[in-house]
Design a binder for this molecule. Structure first.
Ligand SMILES: [Zn+2]
Length: 467
């Protein structure tokens, strides 16, 4: 569905609407993004270069660390300020810029943050992302960066052609929830909230805190009958499984949206079965928001190249070829308070190939196998995504929740919460299929638990390595 007419900025400017300032700015950026998605890669990179140069200028001015790094590759302030760099020269120098690791960001701390900003970038806000090995990283961003982050959220609504007048129900963490004793915590809002409501009139929004029994969450979904349901993929899975297994009748949904975690492979099929709905998720990071969106027409992901430079690099820091998997290295383009160049965020992705039938020319990722910190360590010391025969294991329908924990290079534990005790045959089925997928040298045991708890944020790790 096409978006509705934007909010009018004043009486009598209703159609075509003359929007207020913040809405007008969003619409202006969306209009440019609607065209840039169809640009050839070279044209897009050429259009993007002045933004990268401006970011490098800021970094060289405000950060001795970045000034040193750029000078070493021939991009010191003099070379940059001359301003006559062509794309080819730029790319060859860029390839010499070292990759910035998460550990470096943690160690460098304040050296990577500044309050010296050009006019128009607004205020600085701070957020903390949960790091690997529990070491948090502190990030700062400007008002302008947040504006861009929101603009790309709006782009996703456009790509999905969501009906903005629909009812949106989101199950996440709600800080307004009082204490653990409280039952279901639910708030009803008149609109979807910013950034959507800044630009367009919308339908109602229902915010449900995730800390409630799944049966209570299902009751809330039945009572409010939303068009859109958004939550953590693992929780959506639990909800869908419980609805399916108990035979409860639930109203259909237009779309189920996963956020914040990797999606279990069976979730899309569960959503079709239970709600007759499509399932979508986004690939994003706290540092820049959108990294890639699933193509609305084909099964792969389009990199949001106007928001950041996304590279997929092999072990030698060379770009991966189509079909190859490597480490995701990110350069967000709009945050002048904390520029990060070639920042390795700890994810793996597979480079896509060919042309997309949707006509968009934004580069593609074929798959996002996972976060590096969630990788399985083989007895040889190598890492790989933790596939463990998920599809076969999930055929045991009595499994309500599962978590696969690697406790040592040779030990995997399946933690299961079950609707009824498993038979010896079912246990054998799990161990047999998991062994076949995991390979030699890894022993498997099953542990039964009443419930698998989420992290305080509400996120859930289907696979965890504890060493
Ligand atoms: Zn596409």
């Amino acid at each position: 569905m096409n978006p509705p007419t934007p909010h009018a900025g004043f009486p009598g400017a209703i159609w075509p609407a003359v929007p207020r300032a913040p809405a007008a700015a969003f619409l202006a950026v969306l209009e440019q993004l609607a065209r840039s998605q169809f640009l050839d890669v070279e044209d897009l990179e050429a259009a993007r270069l002045p933004q990268i140069v401006a970011l490098v200028q800021q970094a060289s001015r405000a950060f001795p660390f970045w000034k040193r790094r750029f000078s070493k590759i021939g991009l010191g302030p003099d070379a940059i300020d001359r301003g006559n760099l062509d794309l080819k020269t730029w790319q060859s120098r860029w390839a010499g810029l070292p990759v910035l690791t998460r550990a470096e960001v943690q160690t460098l701390g304040d050296e990577l943050r500044t309050t010296l900003l050009p006019a128009g970038h607004g205020n600085i806000s701070e957020s903390v992302t949960s790091g690997s090995s529990g070491r948090p990283v502190r990030f700062v961003r400007t008002t302008l960066d947040l504006f861009y982050l929101h603009a790309f959220q709006l782009r996703e609504h456009m790509w999905r052609r969501r009906n903005l007048f629909g009812k949106f129900l989101s199950i996440v963490r709600d800080e307004e929830r009082k204490g653990p004793a409280e039952g279901l915590h639910l708030r009803r809002m008149d609109n979807w909230g910013p950034p959507v409501s800044v630009v367009w009139p919308t339908g109602p929004f229902i915010l449900v805190d995730y800390r409630a029994p799944v049966s209570a969450l299902i009751d809330a979904i039945r009572e409010h009958a939303p068009d859109y349901l958004c939550s953590f993929p693992s929780l959506l899975c639990e909800i869908a499984r419980q609805v399916r297994d108990s035979g409860i009748q639930v109203p259909p949904l237009s779309e189920v949206i996963g956020m914040g975690e990797a999606s279990p492979p069976e979730l899309a099929e569960l959503c079709r079965e239970v709600w007759g709905a499509s399932y979508t998720s986004t690939y994003s990071a706290a540092e820049c928001g959108a990294i890639a969106y699933e193509c609305p027409e084909a099964g792969h992901w389009h990199i949001q190249s106007e928001r950041s430079v996304v590279e997929v690099l092999d072990a030698e820091n060379q770009p991966c070829k189509p079909g190859e998997s490597g480490r995701v290295v990110l350069t967000p383009l709009h945050n002048f308070a904390m520029p990060l160049f070639r920042y390795e965020i700890g994810d793996l992705a597979t480079v896509g190939e060919g042309r997309c039938p949707c006509g968009r020319k934004l580069p593609m990722l074929a798959a996002i196998p996972g976060r590096a910190r969630d990788l399985l360590m083989l007895p040889s010391g190598e890492f790989r995504p933790p596939y463990y025969g998920h599809g076969a294991v999930m055929k045991v329908r009595a499994i309500r929740q599962h978590q696969v924990v690697q406790t040592s290079p040779g030990q995997i534990c399946f933690r299961l919460a079950v609707a009824r005790p498993l038979t010896a045959q079912e246990e054998q089925h799990i161990i047999q299929h998991a062994s076949a997928s995991l390979g030699n040298g890894i022993s498997i045991r099953i542990e039964y638990v009443p419930e698998i708890l989420r992290r305080p944020s509400g996120k859930f790790a289907e696979f965890e390595r504890t060493f």
